[in-house]
Design a protein around this ligand. Structure first.
Ligand code: ADP
Ligand code: ADP
Length: 232
């Protein structure tokens, strides 16, 4: 589903250059929940942003759901992003729109008819457990509910891959667990491939099949969670 080959990302900086991602190779399976863990500055967000073309690697190739995202641009990239969607730490919702309007937004952009949109939004609201909150504004929702809107919006166009950028880092432990349960449920029911980045071991242990550990731009360990995190 995802093939990351020899990628490197170098940012220019005052001191010369920063190698944010340094020769990373990862293959992620169809239907897998794959985690990337590491301290701040390890290169996690640069890596995940290269999976949907938000950053272009300096070297190497990234293929996601048959799209060579390290190469494509413009309308091709916009189309690919319907298959590779993303959720964020701070939700990135549209604050002046209701839950229903937020979830409907990517469907409007994709040109889905009004009737189809209404039907699809109803399904998504049920899927993420927001029944009864359709007409609320984001400011009226709890953190967990906001992330549920983020998830519903991300799923609107039936993506093949869901990227999660510290998606539970702004939530308390109990809410984190409920959002992780929802991600597992979605992975089970829709067969969606999930890639998440986090600095929290608990998140990886709770839902990931495999994990890559990043340090200073490099993957220093990669394998099934139980092997990588086994107690000595
Ligand atoms: P993480 O997500 O693990 O915290 P990042 O990918 O954000 O790591 O950052 C990796 C390194 O790249 C850090 O040294 C960071 O300062 C640097 N970096 C990230 N984005 C930029 C940018 N746009 N310009 C310059 N340096 C950047
Ligand atoms: P569970 O025991 O929770 O039902 P699964 O049946 O989903 O687990 O998976 C069995 C094992 O295979 C687990 O160790 C899981 O981490 C791993 N696994 C499941 N799906 C994938 C996948 N698509 N790619 C890699 N590993 C997977």
């Amino acid at each position: 589903m995802i093939s990351i080959k020899n990628i490197q990302k170098i940012y220019p900086s005052k001191q010369g250059q920063v190698k944010a991602v340094d020769d990373v190779n990862i293959e992620i399976n169809d239907g897998e929940i794959f985690g990337v863990i590491g301290y701040s500055g390890a290169g996690k967000s640069t890596l995940i942003r290269m999976l949907n073309g938000l950053e272009i690697p300096t070297e190497g190739t990234v293929v996601v759901a048959n799209n060579e995202v390290s190469k494509i641009k413009g309308s091709q990239l916009r189309k690919a992003r319907q298959e590779i969607s993303m959720i964020f730490q701070h939700f990135n919702l549209l604050w002046s729109r209701t839950v229903r309007q937020n979830i409907s937004f990517p469907l409007e952009i994709a040109g889905v008819s009004k009737r189809e949109r209404a039907k699809r939004v109803d399904e998504l609201i049920k899927l993420v457990g927001l029944d009864g909150r359709e007409d609320a504004y984001p400011s009226q929702l709890s953190g967990g509910q906001k992330q549920r809107v983020g998830i519903a919006r991300a799923l609107a166009n039936n993506p093949k891959v869901l990227l999660c950028d510290e998606a539970t880092s702004a939530l308390d432990p109990q809410t984190t667990d409920s959002i992780l349960d929802l991600l597992v449920d979605i992975n089970d029911r829709l067969g969606l491939t999930i890639v998440l980045i986090t600095h929290e071991m608990h998140v990886i242990r709770k839902i990931c099949h495999r994990v890559a550990v990043m340090e200073e731009g490099r993957v220093v360990e990669l394998g099934p969670v139980l092997e990588v995190f086994k107690n000595p």
